[in-house]
Ligand binder design. Structure first.
Ligand code: BYC
Length: 354
């Protein structure tokens, strides 16, 4: 259980997904403290050394040799993840000026700022792989790198802010907690901090929905409508089904991904069922039911053709999101120029002083 202030946590304090984040953090510290091989022996094959580190569940660090395909996969995934955090500020940012109270506005502002912070940690993690943040931003703006499908859906009502917190941030946590154990050190460390903050985001969304669901009939209907619209796109966030996932097998062999797309999707569904009951809202799936044999819920799959269309740029808001991002980038040019001029001036002053 995570992010649920309305029922006791299933596994007690420190249990559930946040408990897993804490355990991953402890494992990272333990791996760093363990007497480790300082690097490959002079005559050792670098690929064999890399495989050894992965097998031993140690971390690959920026100084280490790594296969080019491992580096490329990480750059692709971390960049896509960073872009998602930045584009993900738009659907909710859209509601900052219309939040129903000062308290809601302050909370939403803080949340959207956190997403910018997550983008920065992730761009910084990607930079350790030998690519610059400027290059990655250019790749996004030229449409050569992706961001999560989920941010191409509109936020029509205030309840959507609650549904994004509960379902979108909830799906994000289920996907990202295992990334705290990713084999690449800088990504794993960034994910620990992101997951702790993300858990708070999920709680704020859950609390918005809980308030609406226990308000007037109109408020409850608005909350249900938001859940109806965000449920299947949230399931699709986990990516194509395992049989169609191009990268999963290799990413799992490298311990970048620890679970397949379908395994995480199932985990998410199982977690949401009890939370929906406490909310008093219905998950819009008539076929959702407990399967005693599998010890998991059977559920209807999202529309994967729709996911592919959204990934290709044909979702309801793709054009709007990219236009906004390009405009914001152009509007920020003077800030980047001023920062670069200031850094150059400071450098030359330091040189004169030295
Ligand atoms: N949307 O082989 P597969 C957030 C692409 S931010 C778009 O299974 P992989 C938040 C995939 O890239 C949430 N594209 O790929 C922020 C690949 O295409 P390419 C973002 C998708 O990488 C603000 C192709 O489909 N989270 O939570 O093994 C506010 C085949 O897929 C999607 C992350 O980025 C999608 N949904 O697995 C609130 C987490 N799904 O690159 C919340 C890190 C698949 O070959 N990323 N594709 O052209 C991951 O865990 C993995 O990259 C994925 C996909 C599970 C997403």
């Amino acid at each position: 259980m995570y992010g649920n202030d309305f029922a006791p946590p299933e596994d007690g304090p420190g249990g559930g997904l946040l408990g897993e984040v804490e355990a991953a953090e402890a494992a990272l510290r333990e791996a760093a403290a363990r007497a480790r091989r300082g690097g490959p022996a002079p005559d050792e094959d670098l690929a064999a050394y890399f495989a050894d580190v992965i097998d031993a569940d140690q971390k690959i660090e920026p100084r280490d040799w790594m296969p080019e395909a491992y580096r490329k996969t990480l750059i692709r995934q971390i960049a896509q993840h960073a872009h998602s955090e930045i584009i993900g500020m738009q659907p909710e940012g859209n509601w900052i000026s219309r939040a129903p109270s000062l308290k809601r506005k302050a909370i939403l502002l803080a949340k959207v700022q956190d997403e910018a912070g997550h983008g920065l940690y992730l761009y910084a993690a990607a930079e350790t792989l030998g690519v610059s943040r400027d290059e990655l931003v250019e790749l996004l703006i030229d449409g050569r790198q992706k961001y999560s499908s989920i941010f191409n859906y509109p936020t029509l009502t205030w309840a959507d802010v609650g549904a994004i917190g509960w379902l979108v941030d909830g799906a994000a946590i289920v996907n990202q907690v295992p990334l705290c154990r990713c084999s690449y050190g800088p990504y794993a460390r960034a994910m620990i901090r992101v997951c702790k903050e993300e858990s708070f985001h999920q709680r704020q969304g859950y609390e918005i929905l809980h308030t609406l669901a226990h308000g007037t009939p109109e408020q409850k209907a608005m909350a249900q409508d938001a859940v109806d619209r965000w449920w299947y796109p949230s399931l699709a966030m986990f990516g194509p089904p395992d049989g169609d996932s191009t990268h999963s097998a290799q990413s799992m062999a490298w311990k970048i991904k620890r679970f397949s797309n379908d395994e995480l999707r199932q985990r998410f569904v199982d977690m949401c069922v009890q939370q929906a009951e406490i909310l008093g809202l219905t998950i819009p799936d008539p076929d959702l039911r407990w399967n005693e044999q599998r010890q998991a819920h059977d559920y209807s799959q999202p529309d994967y053709d729709e996911l592919m269309q959204v990934i290709k740029g044909n979702g309801p808001c793709n054009r709007q999101r990219m236009e906004h991002r390009r405009r914001a980038h152009a509007d920020g040019a003077w800030v980047r120029e001023a920062a670069a001029a200031y850094a150059a001036k400071r450098n030359s002053r330091e040189k004169v002083a030295a």
